[in-house]
Write a protein that binds this ligand. Structure first.
Ligand code: NAI
Ligand code: MG
Length: 501
């Protein structure tokens, strides 16, 4: 772990932005919270306060919902053509791209991730998502439908469907990819013509606030996007329960996902959820083992394991077990931990003290149940929220570390003998977000892919995301899909129009 911080200083524009008195965006204006309260966001590499941000609560959510409703019904927004809407979204993508370095630095400071990763993954993927969604604005189409009504003989009809925006949408996002999660949510909502109240995670509000400035600069009408930072139990809960909100979209823990569903029941608002996972990575002995070791390691250690789709249960065919355990452990040992701004850093700190304690608590529970760490197994350093990349063996399918989402750089490696044994064990989880398979046998790969109950299956690769590829969960990993054209179903209502002619 780097103790001598040879850290690249942030750009001047970033330092200035961070030092600001951060407000919230309601109806196109930057305003303080109704209560006047503010909350801190921390630099996870040091544990020091990074910035203070206006703390939204019920009253702020009320104002934001009113602004979004007004913008949906009366503003210039509903009168824009689909092409004009698409161009605004495209413009936003251009503006993010022009400020790529600034966004990457904000993500690294607030979330802790390596700056070099934010530069090549988080920010370019957000840009790409907005561009992909910009194109959809002019392609959200209904159908003309031949109908044959038995009880009106002789009458002819012209029947067609329209896809209309759902209305006012509340979006609650997590801290693991702050800008990218904002993009996944805002892109489809806006292309379909909705208006939005976005609540960023309390751990990482800064990039969403900077995004709010660019949304105004791109020319979105006031009130179309409102950004209310604040805590989940207050601002988030108020948004999920609000009777003036037509739909809520959430990414985060399965536990809070269930609270969102309950809160949404009051006015039966539409709900989409992208929740936790405990995804199986499956390495067959006939795979290219060097590649499988590299990719299965990255499946768990990318973003410090703070990925809903992290390949956290690594199943290895018995013949290759020792080799793969050794390879993944060696890979883990080589990962350079350090602050996100240190150029050689490959893994930063976890996002918060809470997550550090949670992950360390899981490690202790694993050891208490008999698991052994081949490498790692503890926190690292005494400053910031670092955990050593950890490989656990001597585990079984009943252990808490194998069943529950850890959301840290901790993989449990489990041997299996054949496909018939593997499939039910891989599926033996309440989650169903993703899975990975490594084998040279293409037939076996597709047979196993067909049997895995997961929203995404990667074959001979992992963590491959694209704006055009739908992503989401089976079982308790969620409701609905994000990205691809599937996401548009989450942000449109279908109207059937039937005309006697
Ligand atoms: P969380 O689910 O509490 O937070 C996610 C978002 O939900 C944040 O914006 C938060 O403010 C909001 N929220 C929290 N309580 C709420 C409520 N009652 N009503 C409305 N909104 C609420 O997740 P947290 O506590 O940050 O992390 C805990 C665990 O959740 C992690 O260890 C991980 O297992 C999982 N998680 C999963 C994510 C994913 O991408 N699926 C992302 C973040 C966390
Ligand atoms: Mg923070």
């Amino acid at each position: 772990m780097a103790t001598a911080l040879k850290v690249v200083p942030p750009e001047e524009s970033v330092t200035k932005f961070v030092a600001r008195k951060h407000k919230m965006l309601i109806n196109g204006k930057w305003v303080d919270s109704a209560s006047g309260k503010r909350f801190p966001t921390y630099n996870p590499a040091t544990g020091e306060v990074l910035a203070e941000v206006a703390e939204g609560d019920r009253e702020d959510i009320d104002r934001a919902v009113e602004a979004a409703r007004n913008a949906f019904e009366n503003g210039p927004w509903p009168r824009l053509t689909a092409s004009e809407r698409g161009r605004l979204i495209w413009k936003l993508a251009d503006l993010i791209e022009e400020n790529l370095e600034e966004f990457a630095e904000l993500e690294s400071l607030d979330n802790g991730k390596p700056l070099k990763i934010a530069r090549v993954a988080d920010v370019p993927m957000a840009v790409d998502l907005f561009r992909y969604m910009a194109g959809w604005a002019t392609k959200i189409e209904g159908n003309t439908i031949p109908i044959s009504v038995p009880y009106t003989p002789g009458v002819k009809y012209l029947a067609y469907t329209l896809r209309e925006p759902v209305g006012v949408v509340g979006q609650i996002i997590p801290w693991n990819f702050p800008l990218l999660m904002a993009a996944w949510k805002l892109g489809p909502a806006l292309t379909a013509g909705n208006t939005v109240i976005l609540k960023p995670a309390e751990q990482t509000p800064l990039s969403a606030l900077r995004l709010g400035e660019l949304i105004a600069e791109a020319g979105f009408p006031d009130g179309v996007v409102n950004i209310v930072p604040g805590y989940g139990e207050t601002a988030g809960a108020a948004l999920a329960a609000h009777p003036g909100v037509d739909k809520v979209a959430f990414t985060g823990s399965t536990e809070v996902g269930k609270l969102i569903v309950q809160a949404a029941a009051g006015n039966l608002k539409k709900v989409s959820l992208e929740l936790g996972g405990k995804s199986p990575s499956v390495v067959f002995a006939d795979s290219d083992l060097d590649t499988a070791i590299k990719e299965a390691s990255s499946a768990i250690f990318f973003n410090h394991g703070q990925c809903c789709c992290a390949g956290s249960r690594l199943f290895v065919e018995s013949k290759a077990f020792d080799k793969v355990v050794d390879g993944v452990a060696k890979t883990a040992e080589k990962i350079k931990l350090g602050p996100g701004f240190e150029p050689s850093t490959e893994m930063g700190p976890l996002v918060s003290k809470e997550q550090l304690d949670r992950v360390c608590g899981y490690l202790e529970s694993g050891f208490a149940e008999g698991a052994k760490a081949v490498t790692g197994g503890t926190k690292a350093g005494d400053r910031g929220y670092f955990v050593k990349p950890t490989v656990l063996v001597n585990t079984n399918d009943r252990m808490k570390v194998v069943r529950e989402e850890i959301f840290g750089p901790v993989v449990t490696v489990l041997p299996f003998n054949d496909t018939a044994e593997l499939v039910p064990r891989a599926n033996n989880t309440e989650y169903g977000l993703a899975a990975g398979i490594w084998t040279k046998d293409i037939r076996k790969a597709h047979q196993v892919a067909a049997q895995l109950r997961a929203g995404t299956v990667w074959i001979n690769c992992y963590n491959i995301f694209d704006a055009a590829l739908p992503f989401g969960g089976y079982k308790q990993s969620g409701w609905g899909r994000e990205m691809g054209h599937e996401v548009l179903e989450q942000y449109t209502e279908v109207k059937a129009v039937c005309t006697a002619i």
